[in-house]
Structure formats: C-alpha cells, structure tokens
Design a protein around this ligand. Structure first.
Ligand SMILES: [Zn+2]
Length: 332
C-alpha cells in the first residue's frame, strides 16, 4: 500500500516512529527491525541516526513507544482510537496476532487497513474507554495551570517597567520579555508620562539601547536598575502582567504540542516543566534526557534530581525539586 512513498514521506513516517527501519547488518543481540522513539523529535530538527532505537521482532510489531504515546493521547481523545482485537484462534494471521490489544488511530490505517478490511479478516476494532473520569475540562485545567504559574512567576520574576539589557545584551522589559528586535519592540504598549508613546519616541528609545549595546553596557555586573533613566519609555503594570501571561501561554502551547502525554502528567510536573520552558526557552526531551527518562519510568525521585538549572537562583531550583517531590503517586 505504501510502495509509492517519496523519500521525504518515508523519512517522515520513520521519524514519527510509524514505520520500522531495516538493519542491513544486525549485530549479535540486535533485531533485523527497529523503530525510533518519536518522543525524541524536537521542535526544530532531528537526525534519524541520533534517535534512540527500539528493536522489534518483526516489521509487523507496533512501535512500543508510539503505543505509549497513543494510549496517553487516547485519554483525552478516545474517539480517535480503537483497540485491535483478534478472535484469538490459530487461524488469525501472524501480522494481526501481533496487533492484539494494541491501540490504533482511525486517522492512520496500519498495513492492510483497519480491522475487518483486509481479505477474510475477522478482527474487530474495540472502542477505547478512557481510564480517568475527566471532571475537569481541558480548558479548566489549562486555566488552572496558567493562573498558578502566573502567581508563582509574578513573585519569582522582578517586573521591570523600563527597558534594560539582559546579561547577554538583549533589550528586555517586564519579566524578562525579549524585545531586542524592532518588530517585537514596537508591539509593546509603550507609555511616556502615562500617555501612549509616539512612534518617534519608540524609535528613539530603541536606538538609545542599541547604542548602549554597542558600547557593551551589559553583563553580570550591570544591574537592570542601571538602565532606569536611559529612556523615558515605560510600560504599565497591566502591560507587564499581560506580557508575562502571553509568555506562559506560549510556553504551555509548545509543551502541549511537543511533549507527548503532557496533559496527563501530574500537576506538579506540569508546573515545573512550564517553569523550565519559561526560564530556559526549552523543555525538550533532547535537552533534558535524564528528566524524561525518569518521567517515562514514573520515577518521582529521579525527576526531582533532574530539574536543576544552572542559571537560576537556589530558591527556584528548590521550589522545582519540592514541587516534584510533593507528587503523591503516579501509577499507570
Ligand atoms: Zn485480522
């Protein structure tokens, strides 16, 4: 059915862990077939050869890592999936016997089609029934997480109402909002003496900080307060909070998109991942391999030991650790 795939389509399926890869010269203990773990794909670019391999006995065996991803997603989108059921006698073809109890997406038919579609197939698709009762809607959960993190970050981050250069020399405002490029800078609701700033005033402020940057007025020894009187552009407290909120929302979006099963993680782990992404710009599996290994194993102590960041204060690292350790239990 998929003989006509282009190289790019084939690669895409392999990166997503949907298509097994054949080993030309398996070493001792290696199988002829393997998949990669699709959870290792990151936002930008991933090389197939750098991804974790998962050996399977035959090309018909579903990818265990992808199974886990789909089982987790099915908790929120049960109608998208079914469980493959065979009749269980010895006439079931081998390729279908390997699918018994596995989960499949209605959007993505396996080789030979969905149950009952292949010639003489007696298999059936059993509807997926979620384990949890979802008394909280996705939107309510999202709101709860955003509110919790906003309160936490408002305390943790120092909201600056004026522009400053961060330690790397990037123009910044509020709680670390990067406005180094003019395109981002001009979108801010700047004020001068409580009234909206004019285009000229905005441009003058931008250029002033561009100069300070050229003159290397930044680094660990230059505090943000040094910049207070360098321009009269200000943001209101409301604007600062709004920027913070936008920042958290964007981070949450990315986590929901790129971290499989994020919605079903314990609330404490969701908070910490959100804080890591907020603060470092990345909470990917590839940047935090030990953390995700512990997450895969539901190993709470292992997670707590792998949330430390070099560039944040001791209290923030402590908060992350304690928030993880407060997770009571997280079983399958
Ligand atoms: Zn069948």
């Amino acid at each position: 059915m998929d003989k006509d795939l282009s190289f790019a389509e084939d690669l895409e399926l392999k990166l997503d862990g949907k298509r097994p890869i054949r080993r030309e010269n398996p070493k001792k203990g290696q199988s002829r077939w393997y998949y990669v773990d699709p959870r290792e794909r990151d936002e930008d670019f991933t090389l197939l050869s750098q991804m974790k391999t998962i050996d399977v006995p035959s090309p018909n065996t579903p990818n265990p890592a992808l199974q886990q991803v789909m089982f987790e997603d099915a908790e929120n989108n049960p109608d998208k999936y079914y469980i493959w059921r065979t009749v269980g006698d010895d006439k079931v073809r081998d390729s279908h016997a390997e699918r018994e109890g596995c989960i499949f997406s209605w959007d993505d038919a396996p080789e030979g089609g969905h149950p009952g579609e292949d010639y003489n197939c007696r298999c059936i698709a059993e509807p997926y029934v979620p384990r949890k009762d979802s008394s909280e809607s996705d939107e309510q959960w999202r709101q709860r997480l955003l509110t919790t993190m906003k309160e936490y970050l408002l305390e943790e981050e120092d909201l600056k109402n004026h522009i400053y250069l961060d330690t790397k020399g990037f123009k910044t405002v509020g709680a670390g909002k990067n406005i180094d490029k003019w395109g981002d800078f001009k979108k801010i609701n700047w004020e001068v003496d409580g009234r909206p700033a004019t285009e000229e005033e905005k441009l003058a402020g931008f250029e002033r900080y561009e100069e300070l940057k050229q003159q290397k007025f930044f680094g660990p020894n230059v505090t943000s307060d040094f910049f207070e009187d360098k321009s009269n552009l200000r943001i209101s407290e409301k604007e600062a909070e709004h920027l913070l909120e936008q920042h958290i929302k964007n981070d949450l979006n990315k986590l929901e998109t790129y971290v499989s099963g994020f919605r079903d993680f314990p609330f404490g782990l969701q908070q910490v991942l959100l804080d890591i992404r907020y603060n470092t710009g990345n909470a990917d599996r590839r940047n935090w391999p030990n953390l995700y290994e512990a997450i895969d194993k539901r190993d709470i102590r292992g997670m707590a030991n792998n949330v430390n960041r070099k560039d944040v204060g001791e209290s923030r690292n402590q908060w992350a650790k304690e928030t993880i350790l407060s997770i009571k239990n997280w079983g399958y």
